[in-house]
Design a binder for this molecule. Structure first.
Ligand SMILES: Cc1cc2nc3c(=O)[nH]c(=O)nc-3n(C[C@H](O)[C@H](O)[C@H](O)COP(=O)(O)OP(=O)(O)OC[C@H]3O[C@@H](n4cnc5c(N)ncnc54)[C@H](O)[C@@H]3O)c2cc1C
Length: 389
């Protein structure tokens, strides 16, 4: 019998160019040799290992699918593979890069003035500055259009008041993309660290995504000059456009987490002996779990490879991205939970990865549109009837 070739069961690698293959290998090597050795300690402490940020910049992993302003201008297949490989390490690492690239650089790139782009994009691409994206509020998560944060027009600019919660990279950020209600509807603003009336508070006590920085952002009469408005933002739909970019990356990233869990469970099952000196991999119930994992990973890969083509052709829709985010995260978390079961008691130790991935994926299931909200987006697409309220 031919040796099992791992998680690329349908040979998707054959669809990659040499450059895409090299990018994937480079990110995988970086994650294995430079990121994972730091991770256990960071996860225990509940901190993002910020010392790797310059390396993420050096490798071109921050805003990789943007062009110009020192960004590499890669296609969306390469961008997807980067997300997959980062999350194969940890969802917190992929979250850092997703927020920086899709939720901070993308809105500056898409809705910013030329001065804003020149000032921020090269620094963010190099990892010399960190960004965050403040949309969610204490009372408005799935329904951001209800937001209370307000920006009032003043003589020379804007006065910002309100609070944002659950903001990834929030305590580390040099620059925040903040969404606020104005008399002309919701607009996006850039708020730099250090502005009077702006404060951040790290959120503690997370049992998920521990190697990620999450913060509250508080604005009390925070004065912003006119040039801090992202001039092309126009309503909540501008924020949702950013979320589509990030959700695309998550659909890929979840596969990375699932791959790590499948590989760990497969290897462990071959070495763990129970009953009559046989490895647990020889039992049908263990094989059924592994077969489920491989099947769902392969189906998820098929989704994102086609999604990348649609995105590169400029025809991808938000609901197509919703379908992939919803499906891939949902199966990734199930795979992580099953992998943890295959590992038995050892699976609850942080010597292994599956339980950490399962815990992380609880956040991934919730952020960037919960599983149920993506169900409603698809329901709306199918029936033409919104069922959100
Ligand atoms: C670790 C982490 C990092 C995050 N990072 C960021 C960030 O960087 N920036 C940012 O802006 N936000 C961020 N978020 C916030 C995230 O986007 C929200 O948590 C998410 O949108 C859900 O909002 P909520 O938590 O308020 O849940 P709620 O909206 O209160 O939902 C609670 C439950 O009710 C369900 N529900 C809500 N409305 C409906 C409905 N109409 N029909 C059926 N079910 C419904 C939901 O599916 C969910 O199961 C982060 C969250 C986490 C956990």
């Amino acid at each position: 019998m031919a040796a099992f070739k791992g998680t690329d069961f349908y040979q998707f690698e054959n669809l990659l160019s040499d450059e895409e293959r090299l990018i994937q290998k480079t990110v995988r090597d970086f994650v294995e040799t430079e990121f994972l050795p730091l991770l256990r300690d960071s996860y225990r402490k509940g901190e993002f290992p910020a010392q790797i940020i310059p390396k993420l910049g050096e490798l071109g992993l921050l805003g990789p699918n943007l062009s110009g302003y020192d960004c590499p201008g890669l296609n969306n297949l390469a961008y997807g593979l980067i997300n997959q490989e980062l999350e194969r390490g940890d969802s917190g690492l992929r979250s850092f890069a997703s927020v920086q690239g899709s939720l901070v650089m993308y809105p500056i790139y898409t809705f910013g003035s030329e001065e804003q782009k020149q000032k921020w994009l090269p620094k963010l691409a190099a990892g010399e500055a960190v960004g965050c994206f403040g949309l969610t509020e204490p009372d408005f998560g799935s329904n951001p259009s209800g937001m209370r944060t307000r920006a009032e027009k003043t003589d020379g600019g804007w006065l910002l008041n309100g609070a944002k919660m659950w903001i990834t990279n929030g305590s580390m950020a040099d620059i925040c993309v903040i969404w606020a209600r104005t008399n002309e509807g919701v607009r996006g603003f850039l708020v730099e660290r250090g502005r009077a009336g702006f404060e951040t508070k790290t959120m503690h006590g997370k049992l998920s995504l521990r190697a990620s920085d999450t913060a509250e952002l508080l604005f009390e009469n925070c004065e912003l000059p006119e040039e801090n408005l992202l001039p092309k933002t126009d309503g909540v739909k501008s924020a949702l456009k950013c979320l589509s970019q990030a959700r695309y990356g998550i659909a890929w990233g979840a596969i990375g987490a699932a791959m790590a869990c499948f590989e760990e469970a497969t290897e462990y099952s071959k070495g763990r002996i129970q009953f009559d000196g046989k490895p647990i991999s020889s039992h049908q119930l263990v094989q059924e779990k592994l077969a489920y994992m491989l099947t769902e990973i392969t189906k998820a890969q098929a989704l994102v490879f086609q999604l990348a083509r649609l995105k590169d052709s400029g025809v991808v829709t938000a609901s197509q991205i919703s379908l992939a985010k919803r499906n891939n995260v949902n199966h990734a978390i199930e795979i992580a939970r099953l992998a943890r079961q295959v590992l038995g008691a050892n699976g609850i130790l942080d010597d292994y990865h599956s339980m950490r991935h399962a815990c992380n994926l609880e956040s991934v299931l919730t952020y960037e549109g919960t599983h149920d909200i993506h169900t409603l987006i698809l329901g709306y697409e199918i029936t033409g009837t919104p069922a959100f309220s």
